[in-house]
Structures are given as C-alpha cells and as structure tokens.
Ligand binder design. Structure first.
Ligand code: 13P
Ligand code: SF4
Length: 350
C-alpha cells in the first residue's frame, strides 16, 4: 500500500542518514517529492548538487540529464542514482552529438565558427552536448538564466547557436527586443539546416529545431478562454511554450519562478498556469486562498518525469541502505571535464 511504501522509504532514508541526499524536481509526483531533501528547478538542483558535496549518495528524482549534471558538478565523486533509467527527456533527445557536429561543420563553411559562433546549450541535453560547448568556448543555460547567457554570448561572438529548444531561445530573444530577421531555425534533417548562405550570414541567433512535447500542447486559445471566463486572471507560463502563448501571457519563467510568484501573490487572485500538470496540481492544493487553474484542457504531463514513482524511489533507497548501488549515472571522465567547463561558465553568471 501507499502507506507501507512511504514507511519503507522513510526507514531506508533514516538508515542512510547523512550519507544520502534526495533531490526532487518541481515536476515530480507528490508521493516522490515528499521525500526530497531539496526541491527546485534545474538551476537550483544543479547548485545544490555542486554545493552539498558532503553527502556521498545523491538520489535524483528528475530526469536523466539532471542526474548527469549532478554527476558532472559533484566535487567529491558522489554517486548519483536515477531511480528509473527510462526517465529521459524528449527534448534532450532532439539533438544528437553527430547532428550538432554536422551543424558546426556546415556553419564553418559559411563563417569562421570558432570566432563567430557561440554554442549555447540548454541543460535539457545529454552531457556530451555540454562537453561540445565546453570545448568550443560556449556554455549551458537553464530557463532561469537564458537571458544572461545570451547577453554573455553576444558580448563575445557575433552569432549564437542555441540548442536544443528553439522556443526558449526565441522567447528570450523576443523579450530582449531582437528583431525576427536576425533569427533563423536550424533543422538538423535539412542540408545547411534548411537555410541559405545569406540567411546564415545575416543571422545573430541560430535556433535548433527542437521542442518540449509537453509545453507545445499549450495554445493561445487556452489563454483566450481563461481571459473570457475570468477577466481578472493572470496567466503565467514556462518559456518552453510557443511564442504565441508566451506573448499572450502576463508572466513567463522557470518552474521555480512560477511557484514563487503564485505563492507570494495576494489572497483572492486567479491564476492560469502553463506548465507541467503535477506542479500545477500541487499549487492548486497548497494555495487554497487563490484560484489556480491548469491552462490547457488536455493533460500536459511529462511522462518521463512521471516514471519516477514511490516504488522506484523506495527500491533505489532500500538497495542503497543494503549496500547496493542501483542505476548509477556516470558521465565518462573526458566528457565530464569539458561539460564542467560549460556548466561552470553558466554557474559564474547565476
Ligand atoms: P526548470 O528549469 O524551469 O525547472 O525546467 C526544467 C524543465 O524540464 C522544464 O520542462
Ligand atoms: Fe523534457 Fe519537457 Fe519533460 Fe521538461 S517537461 S523534462 S523539457 S519533456
């Protein structure tokens, strides 16, 4: 039963004491996040992983790229465990290293890439892509520091190759007032990304054609509906949503920004929230003095985040308490060093 699993998980954690730290991303289920020692967005969890190196074991309740980031940033060779190895990210899978290398070569036939193009990768990506950025003078970003990363990049090179989420890149550039003519989309399945030589020469921001399958489900019509039904509503969305949604929303930001904003809002206010369902349902139940609605009429749930459930967490912790490490995430050493260069450049800005 759920109570039994809760008690077993708690007992395993108690046995492990200060040797283990459970990290939980804001999208995790209630049954999992209740066991987290720290919860937050991607940036906060990366910072905790880096700073709390005193705990030898990290059980990461989130997705694969987040656990890899924790492994890269851990200073004392911590062991990072992902309770279900199938917890990936469909967006991260939209950019493979071979495709990024092909893109870099193709750009290199048009401009001197090493001086002219800054590679900037969203943390929602495999460690090897972060290593690519580390090697070519670039860096990583999260949804909470994308603007700083873009500013940093343009201060150093004329163009940015931003991957794998085209929406985070475009939405951030829109907020900075960058004209559309300066942005192009790179389709990895097309020669030269589907662009002419002139378009590449002109571009300041090259956006990889990739997206989040969860956030793409929010539509501008959902916002219209809420504005009509609840004229007082404030709409708050994640920057992985399409620009047509972001441009109609009142506020945009990371999962942590969304939680903080609604938590701090006055009683009686009404909110429509465009991000993953678990997070929104939790806000709805916790912020009872406010009206919190889910922005879409369809279910927008991150199926891979959802894979981490109470039985998987319990299994990972009980094994650990018995001295068995299961589902360890290890980034190979050469990749790790270069990925750390890219992550460190971002951390210095955050
Ligand atoms: P945050 O960094 O805002 O938590 O976002 C991570 C994520 O995967 C959003 O889909
Ligand atoms: Fe990846 Fe989207 Fe899930 Fe975030 S919500 S982990 S971007 S699939």
């Amino acid at each position: 039963s759920a109570e039994e699993l809760f008690e077993r998980t708690r007992a395993a954690k108690r046995t492990l004491g200060d040797r283990v730290m459970v990290l939980g991303h804001n999208y995790q289920r209630d049954e999992v996040i209740q066991h987290a020692d720290f919860r937050g967005d991607s940036l906060i969890l990366a910072q905790v992983a880096e700073q709390r190196s005193d705990r030898p074991y990290v059980v990461f309740c989130g997705v694969h790229f987040m656990a890899e980031t924790a492994d890269v940033l851990s200073r004392s060779n911590q062991t990072v465990i992902l309770p279900d190895m199938a917890a990936g990210c469909s967006m991260a899978d939209m950019a493979a290293i071979e495709q990024v290398e092909q893109c870099w070569e193709a750009l290199g036939r048009v401009v001197p890439v090493e001086e002219a193009v800054m590679p900037a990768v969203y943390v929602n990506s495999a460690a090897i892509l972060k290593a690519f950025c580390g090697e070519h003078g670039g860096l990583t970003c999260t949804s909470s520091n994308a603007r700083k990363v873009i500013e940093w990049s343009w201060a150093r090179r004329e163009k940015i190759l931003f991957f794998p989420d085209e929406h985070l890149g475009r939405n951030t550039a829109n907020k900075m007032g960058i004209p559309r003519e300066q942005m192009i989309v790179w389709d990895p399945y097309m020669p030269r990304g589907g662009n002419s030589v002139e378009a590449i020469q002109r571009a300041k921001l090259i956006l990889w054609k990739g997206h989040c399958s969860v956030h793409q489900m929010f539509q501008p019509s959902h916002i219209d509906y809420f504005r009509k039904q609840h004229p007082e509503v404030k709409v708050i969305v994640h920057p992985e949503c399409h620009e047509d949604v972001v441009n109609k929303a009142d506020l945009v930001g990371s999962t942590e920004y969304i939680i903080r904003t609604i938590t701090a809002a006055p009683a009686g206010t009404t909110w429509a929230v465009g991000t993953e369902l678990n997070l929104v349902n939790r806000l709805k139940h916790e912020q009872t003095d406010k009206k919190v609605f889910f922005l879409s009429s369809t279910v927008c749930q991150c199926a891979t985040m959802y894979r981490i459930d109470a039985p998987h967490l319990c299994w990972a912790l009980e094994n650990l308490a018995d001295g068995h490490v299961v589902n360890r995430i290890v980034v190979p050493d050469d990749e790790k060093q270069l990925a750390k260069v890219a992550l460190d450049r971002m951390m210095a800005l955050s």
